[in-house]
Write a protein that binds this ligand. Structure first.
Ligand SMILES: [Zn+2]
Length: 84
């Protein structure tokens, strides 16, 4: 975990499965939620993840290949570059 209270998108993606499972510490949870409020890309990612869980009944993020996560992160960066 970063010590400065700022979570990057990459770190959020690493943590989000634990977040959805309720496995994070309170502090970690707060940091993640703070990021979600600031970051539309990660907010959308969480939304998508929750929908996946509804459909599949379980969390699949650990099975997502690294390339997919990288693509997502690239998409986030492009998106954020657009919006400032
Ligand atoms: Zn983000």
């Amino acid at each position: 975990m970063p010590g400065d209270g700022e979570l990057s998108c990459a770190e959020l993606v690493e943590l989000i499965s634990d977040y959805v499972e309720g496995a994070l510490t309170h502090d970690c949870n707060e940091q993640l939620e703070g990021h979600l409020r600031r970051c539309d890309g990660c907010d959308a990612y969480l939304d998508q993840l929750r929908r996946t869980i509804e459909v599949t009944g379980r969390l699949q993020t650990r099975d997502v290949p690294h390339e997919v996560a990288s693509e997502l992160l690239s998409a986030f960066r492009g998106w954020r570059a657009d919006t400032g």
